[in-house]
Design a protein around this ligand. Sequence first.
Ligand code: GLN
Length: 232
Amino acid sequence: MRILHLYYDLMNTYGDRGNVIVLYEVAEKMNLNPQIIRYTVGDKIPPRSDFIFIGGGEDWQQEIIYRDFMNLKNYILEHIEEGKPLLAICGGYQLLGKYYRTQDGKIIEGLNIFNIYTVSGNRRMVGNLIVESRFGKLVGFENHSGKTYIEGSALGKVIMGDGNNSEDKTEGYIYKSAIGTYMHGPFLSKNPEIVKYIISSIIKDEVNLDFSLELKAKQKTLQFKRLNEGRF
Ligand code: GLN
């Protein structure tokens, strides 16, 4: 199982690379022979892969990578259209959309694969996020000023926190098996349901691993909902 980790050296807010570690470990447990391919600015177009990951980053990292990212547009589009899974967090999620307009009005062009666009707001949306989704409740931590407006399917509905834009209660985006979300965490260590979804869309079979400990941890997070409601 080939995992492509995009901009591993630049897009890694709040340890987003932990998502790659989680997936690698699970795949190894399942004897899927995982291999991680790392890609960054200026590298050759990577070989086809089974899963693509891109983490979050601040505006300056997004400015560094976005032109290079454009070179991968066809590669990523084909991957998604074939129904293969992809996970993009925060800054990476924004760059799969049409554009991100920064606080000083600069337009950072995106790949225009997700039908979304993002404009920088004047308040940072920081805190724990709980979302109701078709996978069940998802939890994570958000920190962004970009407000994302979507056309198409949201990953879920915000129960606590801000999500895409703090206005319409949507959080994230899902198209085929490609997921974009504002949830750091790392997202996959907190949400084994998504690990199962990603692996089963690769092996086209069910994943029968015991995630009871991780789900117990999630229950605790959900119980602390009220405590989590405070903002910085
Ligand atoms: N720079 C983006 C924003 O603030 C993304 C931040 C992030 O990836 N954490 O909206």
